[in-house]
Design a protein around this ligand. Structure first.
Ligand code: GN1
Ligand code: MG
Length: 372
């Protein structure tokens, strides 16, 4: 079935004029759809959900319903006192009333509204942008903090459980194909040594959760910089998109991932590793923005593990990329064979940079918790 025909099955007025593949996202396929009637135009987002990654797309849609309805209500409740108009996309139903369309190949499609007059960026543009990224994340976490976790499905079992990724990595490495892929690449061998040296602290967050120190709460799961929308008119954050991984987890996954993504000015795909660094000025701005909302819900134990989460989630993403490279690129979309290896090296370089700045990062966290 052609993408145009699929788009036409959603409840949007008019006819499909263009469908542009955005090329963004490492997992799903995303299109910008433009529909026209004789007097209007509607733009929306059309996505094919990657079933290799998400085995139950219908659960993602149920979560999306719960989350968007809840957050829309919360935003409206606070509308009069808010410093901006917060937004969050809504699910566009299919003409048959369902939340999705299944095509002839059994592929799963959904449509969501486009947040207009706003853009997201692949990298932080300036210090204000960094501040807004933190602000948007803190606000979203506060908005979803009162959703009961048993109302949310676990859409991706094992997501952000670092010891689980380590186990998968060990399995991929133990296979004959995995052995071969590492044998032929000195860079892969260096990555392997990098992982070995850090194996022992992989369970730091999960141990704290098992010990009852950290509580499981609703989290976004993927607050990277390209999921933060900035209002074209005001330069302020307006919403966070990509709700596939909103599910029960530790808020540390979000905090660590936001800093991992935002504080590396070179981005995730850079080939020149010399450009990869953890920018502490941006870190300070993000943490300040985040704390505006987060100070109200962070516990002492949460605070204790904030630094570790930055280091751990960067390491974890590097490990996920590296394991996928060894397994033959089966999870993340790739455009060339060594892409996952390069992505892993970028994240590992970032881990080194984070470790080298531990004192500075801890002092930024302390200062901003004291409101300085
Ligand atoms: C994937 O597909 P995308 O770009 O939204 C991944 C995240 C990673 C991110 C790194 C479900 O997100 O966990 O942090 O790539 N999503 C999933 O760019 O695995
Ligand atoms: Mg995502």
């Amino acid at each position: 079935m052609k993408t145009h025909h699929i788009a036409q099955k959603f409840d949007v007025a008019g006819r499909a004029v263009t469908l542009e593949h955005t090329g963004e996202g490492n997992v799903n396929d995303t299109y910008l759809a433009i529909f026209r009637t004789v007097f209007s135009e509607e733009r929306f987002i059309l996505q094919k959900i990657n079933k290799r990654v998400f085995p139950h797309p219908e659960q993602i849609m149920q979560n999306m319903r719960v989350v968007t309805e809840h957050v829309h209500r919360r935003i409206e409740e606070e509308m009069d006192t808010a410093d901006r108009i917060w937004q969050l996309p809504r699910v566009i139903p299919a003409k048959d009333g369902k939340d999705y369309v299944l095509d002839d190949d059994g592929e799963f499609w959904r449509a969501i509204t486009l947040i207009a007059s706003a853009h997201s960026y692949g990298r932080v543009q300036n210090i204000e942008h960094a501040h807004e990224a933190g602000y948007v994340l803190g606000h979203f976490q506060r908005m979803i903090s009162d959703i009961e976790i048993d109302k949310l499905h676990d859409t991706l079992v094992g997501f952000h459980i670092t010891p689980g990724y380590l186990k998968k990595y060990d399995e991929a490495l133990a296979s004959p194909e995995g052995q071969e892929r590492v044998k032929i690449s000195p860079e892969a061998q260096r990555c392997m040594r990098f992982v070995e040296a850090r194996r022992d602290w992989c369970s730091i967050l999960e141990d704290a959760r098992d010990a009852g120190e950290l509580k499981v709460r609703p989290v976004h799961g993927d607050p990277k910089i390209s999921n933060i929308m900035i209002d074209d008119a005001t330069g302020k954050g307006t919403c966070i998109i990509d709700l596939d991984t909103v599910k029960p987890g530790l808020i540390h996954y979000d905090f660590g991932d936001c800093l991992r993504s935002c504080c590396n000015p070179a981005g995730e795909e850079v080939r020149d590793l010399g450009q990869v660094v953890f920018d502490t000025d941006w870190c300070e701005a993000i943490v300040k923005g985040y704390m505006v909302n987060a100070r109200s819900f962070l516990t002492e134990a949460d605070i204790y593990y904030l630094y570790d989460s930055i280091r751990l989630i960067s390491f974890e993403l590097g490990l996920r990329f590296f394991a996928d490279y060894i397994a033959g690129n089966v999870y993340f979309n790739t455009r060339y064979d060594g892409q996952n290896l390069n992505r892993a090296r970028v994240q590992f370089k970032l881990v080194e940079s984070i470790q080298a700045r531990e004192k500075q990062i801890r002092s930024i966290l302390d200062k901003s918790l004291r409101g300085c």
